[in-house]
Design a protein around this ligand. Structure first.
Ligand code: ZN
Length: 375
């Protein structure tokens, strides 16, 4: 059987449309999880859902499944996240005559990441119905990826057998894959000044907003070498006639070098503390590691297989860096070699998000071919 012909395009598109019609916001993935479970059971694939939902206050856990191989080869893991960003309530797939698929305009489409979920589900359906020899396959459909991977952060990685993973969760043409992603650090600085009446006795106050503003003007933002810095929010003050007592500044740093990200963080903390001191204010600075940088070497089998498979299918492989974090940051730091691969999503995280019929089909073909690969 020709694997390229074995993806059922109509079935895939109706599957994708159906998945889109299911509300599945971060922490509210129950219905999506149940739908995937139903489909796994229809294919007699055993599954397990962990208790991540309870831990992160969501209503569903990470869904893991294992498909026995008929080839005596090491297993491969395929992963896609179940949640979608807002606005998502009542979303639906609108398919144009040219094959472009959009939302109705008032929500995201959710191709991020239902294109990945659909590709995996269609590929395993073909695996099961065709009887084609394949390696063992592990699947992981995780929750709350869009909230800085909090779902997969709770997953017990020791249950995985695979040493290699394909995360279907990238924009771009099918054949694109990210092999490198940054560390992402967030920071929060709470400036504490002193309130005073702005007219009667402003000199008695310590202006927390000015202290924070001083820091903002000194912190370099944007691209700095292989690092990016952003001040994302600033909040402070209560009324025009009060010298503001507090001001909270938040931001983030991304870098392909974890070390560079951390030294940039120290620099920013110093600027913030010095700015507070000069204004006579106090400041409480805290930071969080949201993702750890990784780089999957291009000589790794997970990359070579991807490139070879794309080439066989007539897709142009395109290996790239991404400034976005994904579940792959977690996989790599738990000892797997991984790529994030394009699954058919564009203009993600906006109501203009779209995909198209051909990309969904190509992504499913590629997923199937990877599952069938003998290298
Ligand atoms: Zn995504």
């Amino acid at each position: 059987m020709n694997t390229i012909q074995s993806i059922n395009k109509n079935r895939l598109i109706s599957l994708f449309s159906h998945l889109v019609s299911i509300d599945s916001p971060s922490l509210g993935e129950r219905n999506m999880c149940d739908e995937i479970i139903r489909r796994l059971e229809a294919l007699a694939i055993p599954w397990e859902e962990d208790n991540t939902g309870e831990k992160i206050d969501g209503n569903a856990g990470n869904l893991y499944a294992y498909i026995e191989g008929t080839l005596n080869l090491p297993p491969l893991l395929f992963s896609a996240h179940m949640d979608t960003v807002e606005p998502s309530s009542g979303k639906k797939a609108v398919i144009a005559s040219d094959g472009k698929i959009t939302s109705a305009g008032n929500t995201v489409l959710g191709a991020d990441d239902l294109s990945g979920v659909a590709a995996i589900l269609e590929a395993i359906t073909v695996l099961k119905e065709s009887g084609l020899p394949h390696r063992p396959i592990e699947l992981l459909f995780d929750v709350s990826e869009e909230t800085y991977c909090t779902g997969i952060g709770q997953f017990d990685f020791s249950r995985l057998h695979s040493k290699e993973v394909y995360v279907l969760d990238l924009t771009g043409s099918i054949g694109s894959a990210a092999f490198q992603a940054p560390s992402i650090l967030s920071f929060r600085a709470a400036f504490q000044g002193r309130s005073a009446h702005a007219g009667f006795s402003p000199e008695k106050g310590i202006h927390a907003i000015q202290a924070a503003a001083r820091a903002v003007t000194l912190i370099e933002c944007g691209h700095i070498d292989n690092t990016t810095v952003n001040i994302g929010t600033i909040q402070g003050g209560t009324a025009d006639n009060i010298v503001p007592e507090s001001c909270i500044l938040t931001g983030e740093i991304r870098s392909f070098s974890d070390e560079a990200a951390r030294s940039r963080l120290t620099l920013i903390q110093n600027i913030i503390e010095q700015s507070a001191e000069e204004a006579g204010a106090a400041v409480h600075f805290e930071s969080q590691t949201l993702c750890l940088a990784y780089c999957t070497e291009q000589s790794q089998p997970v990359v070579e297989r991807f490139v070879n498979t794309c080439t066989k299918l007539g897709l142009t492989p395109h290996l790239q860096q991404t400034y976005g974090g994904s579940d792959n940051n977690h996989f790599v730091h738990h000892g797997l070699q991984g790529l994030v691969i394009a699954s058919g999503m564009n203009h993600c995280h906006s109501c203009q998000e779209y995909t198209n019929v051909n990309d969904l089909e190509s992504a499913a073909k590629l997923t199937l071919a990877l599952m069938l690969s003998k290298e």
